[in-house]
Design a protein around this ligand. Structure first.
Ligand code: DX5
Ligand code: ZN
Length: 219
């Protein structure tokens, strides 16, 4: 279990005016990938950043860029995210009416394809694409903002989804309110990719933060 987990800092909680330095510091600290929260002010009530910022960041890091699209009409922008340098792309099941096609297109563009699901959406909505995604992102907060409180209902949802995946290859990502106090439970419930914003950036020393979280995850 210890070896398969990946720590994915959510850059939303970083100093966005110093993105290149933050990415470098996270790389040195031992982060596995960088999580980019893309919000459009429609699917979620907040707006973050887009292609020019991702392109600029791409020039300064070799870490995997994992973009979490909290946007409507994602299909329209898949190619742009690939061109901007994203390696992984997750779309929300609630926002994608042609999910199989969307996932196939993401893979065709050379990225890993993920499906994110809100806390209030039935997991049965993922059954039809259970073998078509590289990872599933269980939201443990309602998306839109960093720094929210972890919803414990995410834990049985991770276990349930793991069962639904069965012998399939898809991995589980969790996002929202993860910190050293609950990361172990999330891993036990089946999460392998841990997105962490405030729970990591509250450490002054990122290396100490990543190490502490990794140790807390190794249960
Ligand atoms: C919420 C985002 C998360 C968020 C995580 O909509 O998808 O990635 O930034 O931040 P924390 O860990 O602070 O909840
Ligand atoms: Zn996210």
């Amino acid at each position: 279990m210890k070896n398969t987990i990946q720590i994915a800092p959510s850059l939303l909680a970083s100093d966005l005016a110093r993105l290149a330095d933050e990415a470098k510091a996270l790389e040195v600290a031992g982060a596995d990938l960088l999580h980019l929260d893309i919000m459009d002010g429609h699917f979620v009530p907040n707006i973050t950043f887009g292609f020019p910022v991702i392109e600029a960041l791409r020039r300064h890091t070799s870490l995997t860029l994992d973009a979490h699209l909290m946007i409507e009409d994602a299909d329209r922008y898949l190619e742009d995210f690939a061109k901007a340098g994203c390696d992984w792309l997750s779309v929300h099941v609630e926002a994608c009416p042609h999910l199989n096609r969307t996932l196939a297109r993401i893979r065709e563009l050379g990225m890993k394809a993920g499906v994110a699901i809100n806390p209030g959406t039935s997991l049965a909505s993922l059954d039809a694409v259970i073998d078509d995604a590289d990872y599933f992102l269980i939201m443990s907060v309602n998306p839109g903002f960093g720094g929210q409180k972890f919803l414990p209902s995410a834990l049985p949802r991770l276990r349930d989804l793991k069962k639904r995946i069965g012998t399939g290859k898809a991995r589980l990502q969790i996002d929202g309110g993860i910190k050293k106090e609950n990361i172990g439970e999330a891993v036990k419930a089946g999460a392998e990719i841990l997105v962490i914003g405030t729970g990591l950036f509250s450490f002054k020393d990122y290396k100490e933060g990543v190490t502490t979280l990794r140790q807390a995850a190794a249960v």
